[in-house]
Design a protein around this ligand. Structure first.
Ligand SMILES: [Zn+2]
Length: 262
């Protein structure tokens, strides 16, 4: 599933689509579910150009001289520009690109095009999406913002740490694989109540959140973590050899080491 790193690759690719006049827009009815009823992009975007490619968490934002065009990529969404893909392959996608899976097509007057490719049809396009509904971006979050994102007055200390870190309204961009990797690196049990971290643990998590994103971005994506190969039945912790535990946390399959993640 594309996480913040993949969307950052897409954003960089989309920069090559700036300052080119949009000639036509076609969106299939499922990808168009991200639009307000009655909004017809083919009547709004042609004649405009994208002037900036931004990202907040997993939301790609393409500003025009007028409204902002938003793209979400769901479980298997990819971005293609002028026939180039933002990433080589999608870990949970089919690994190939096919024309029948193109859900949105923006054609430029110069003949090039920007495409949303999505076999599982969970990607959506939007116009002027509500960026304020998302928490601070994972690449930019400060320790103070992370503290506030994890805080909870709920009895018991709030939801599981991992569930809270993946709540996009609290921290934007962290998905399942990245969350497991950063908790493993930080030596924290993902099931702990979100507000139970000491100041020292919070700073450690913040440091590993940022370094995990930087490292895996350099390596090539969310699936390149040190824990990745061990995420399977019988998998052992690459640090200490302990048998990994598996459970559903925050609705997602979670792997962690009972030995050093406390
Ligand atoms: Zn371990």
């Amino acid at each position: 599933m594309p996480e913040i790193l993949e969307i950052e690759y897409y954003r960089r690719l989309a920069e090559a689509g700036l300052d080119r006049e949009i000639e036509s827009v076609a969106v299939d009815e499922i990808a168009a579910r991200g639009l307000e009823p009655g909004v017809d992009l083919s009547a709004i975007l042609p004649g405009l150009s994208f002037v900036a490619a931004r990202r907040r968490g997993k939301l790609l934002l393409l500003d025009t001289e007028g409204p902002t065009f938003g793209m979400r990529f769901g479980m298997t969404g990819g971005l293609l520009l002028d026939g180039l893909a933002g990433i080589d392959r999608l870990e949970y996608g089919p690994g190939t690109y096919e024309s029948k899976w193109i859900r949105a097509r923006i054609r430029f007057a110069d003949g090039g095009e920007l495409l949303l490719h999505d076999p599982r049809r969970l990607g959506r396009v939007s116009l002027d999406p509500d960026e304020g509904a998302l928490g601070p971006d994972g690449f930019e979050i400060t320790p103070t913002q992370l503290r506030s994102a994890l805080s909870s007055r709920a009895p018991g200390g709030g939801p599981a740490l991992k569930a809270r870190l993946m709540d996009q309204s609290k921290v934007a961009g962290v998905g399942n694989l990245l969350a497991d990797e950063m908790f493993w690196r930080a030596g924290l049990d993902p099931q702990r109540p979100s507000s139970s971290l000491s100041d020292k643990e919070l700073r450690r998590l913040h440091r590993h959140l940022r370094s995990t994103l930087d490292d895996l971005f350099e390596r090539g994506g969310s699936h390149t973590g040190d824990l990745m190969e061990a995420r399977r039945p019988g998998g052992r912790c690459p640090k200490d050899g302990a048998a990994l535990h598996r459970a559903t946390v925050g609705g997602r399959t979670t792997w962690w080491c009972p030995e050093h993640q406390v």
